[in-house]
Design a protein around this ligand. Structure first.
Ligand code: NAD
Ligand code: DAU
Length: 379
């Protein structure tokens, strides 16, 4: 398997040579220098990872100004930015715009005012992409295209960072995915994410847009929407409700604490080389059963809450990434799983109003559609 600047291959052929940016692109400083970005557009900044990025960057109090563009879908929540709003100095450096990354007019205006665009916006839940894939494509393909066009045409040529995922590699039976490996997405969510990455690559090569891509591992932490495994099981367990574990529960995920993920993204923004992709690996590989066992132990709840239910169609058995390319750039994850999981569970215990509010709107209908039959037909 190859690493380095050859990525991504999209078929069985050997990896292509590194994308050659068009000559009208910006001159790249060496990656051992830190680039500063005083004005940043964060799309999807009211979601789980995007809001962590906003809180952490504004929390440094270094004068950075952030505009958040977020559509506030069921997963977006302005309350995720409350710690910023409650701090006058930080609040003065945040602007919030409710809007869609696929809306060219809104995007063009905002992109003209910044030095960097970080795109966290996406429909992010694999199960929902199996039920209703269309929005995944609109945001993941058209939305990314609109952002890239805005970067291409903005006179100051901002840097663009696409937040992508280890799911673009598909299920990895053994070893660890490296940046030059085949893209083999297996769910509509992962396919939309892979498509977004390919568009980014095309804008680097054809138009010289200054752009980087990150591929993050399974992320967990405070403010995680309760539809995902860890927060779903923690919040259901608090209420003594059944925990629907798909299939045999032996699927493996590589876990990354949310502030580590945000820090890895920021490191790539400041040090990454244009046209390159960087794995942001957690380095904590766990079988789902073991993760559930740990969280139940921390909560003092019994294993009898767990129900083995019908598996997710096309369920990826294992994700695992090699993080050495980003480590060579000077970054690796710091939070141990035990520490991060304890912090996460304690946050959910202490923030019941937040997650109960997230379980409103379409929650009951979604839950019934996703789990109703599964839970009724389990032993
Ligand atoms: P999330 O679902 O919590 O947040 C997504 C945010 O994007 C929400 O605030 C939503 O309102 C907003 N949004 C959705 N469509 C939009 C649109 N068209 N225009 C503007 N805003 C829109 O997701 P997350 O878990 O925070 O993931 C953030 C990014 O990181 C996504 O791109 C995801 O693919 C990627 N990622 C997530 C993980 C993970 O484990 N959660 C791991 C690797 C990569
Ligand atoms: O790997 C990165 C990806 O991680 C991100 O790109 C996605 O946005 C994010 O949602 C996440 O995808 P997963 O599908 O891995 O996460 P999820 O929390 O949905 O599931 C984690 C594992 O737990 C997976 O093997 C499926 C299983 N699971 C999940 C749910 C919601 C269950 O067994 N039962 C459940 O109810």
């Amino acid at each position: 398997m190859t690493d380095g600047p050859t990525e991504p291959a999209t078929g069985g052929a050997p990896p292509e040579p590194a994308p050659e940016p068009a000559t009208d692109g910006p001159t790249e400083p060496p990656t051992d220098q830190t680039r500063d970005f005083g004005r940043i557009l964060v799309t999807g900044g009211a979601g789980f990872i995007g809001s962590c990025y906003v809180r952490d960057v504004l929390g440094r109090r270094d004068g950075t100004q952030i505009t958040v563009l977020d559509k506030l879908t069921y997963a977006g929540n302005e309350a995720n930015l409350a710690p910023v709003r409650d701090d006058a100095e930080q609040a003065a450096r945040l602007r919030f715009v409710k809007g869609d990354i696929a809306d060219r007019e809104v995007v063009d205006d905002l992109v003209r005012d910044v030095d960097a665009v970080l795109n966290f916006a996406a429909e992010s839940h694999v199960d929902r992409s199996i039920l209703d894939p269309e929005e995944f494509l609109v945001t993941g393909v058209i939305g990314v295209h609109v952002l890239l066009e805005a970067c291409r045409t903005a006179p100051q040529r901002p840097r663009y960072l696409q937040v992508s995922t280890d799911e673009v590699y598909g299920s990895v039976a053994e070893g660890h995915s490296r940046e030059g490996d085949l893209l083999a997405p297996r769910s509509p969510y992962a396919a939309a994410k892979a498509s977004g990455e390919l568009l980014v690559r095309s804008y680097v090569v054809t138009h010289g847009v200054d752009a980087v891509v990150t591929r993050g591992s399974n992320t967990y932490g405070p403010y995680h929407h309760p539809e995902k495994l860890i927060p779903l099981f923690v919040t259901n367990a608090i209420d003594d409700k059944p925990l629907p574990l798909y299939g045999d529960g032996l699927q493996r995920r590589d876990w990354l604490y949310v502030s580590d993920h945000a820090a890895g993204i920021d490191h790539v923004l400041r040090h990454g080389r244009s046209g390159e992709t960087y794995n942001v690996a957690g380095g904590v590989e766990m079988a789902n059963r073991d993760t559930v066992e740990l969280l139940l132990e921390h909560l003092g709840k019994p294993w009898s809450l767990v129900r083995h239910v019908e598996d997710r169609p096309g369920h990826d058995r294992r994700y695992a990434m090699d993080g050495s390319k980003l480590a060579a750039l000077g970054w690796r994850a710091e939070t141990t799983f035990e520490e991060g999981l304890a912090r996460t569970i304690d946050w959910f215990v202490d923030n019941e109003p937040w997650w109960r509010a997230a379980r409103t709107g379409d929650w009951d209908a979604y839950y019934e559609r996703q789990y109703g039959q599964r839970l009724r037909t389990t032993s």
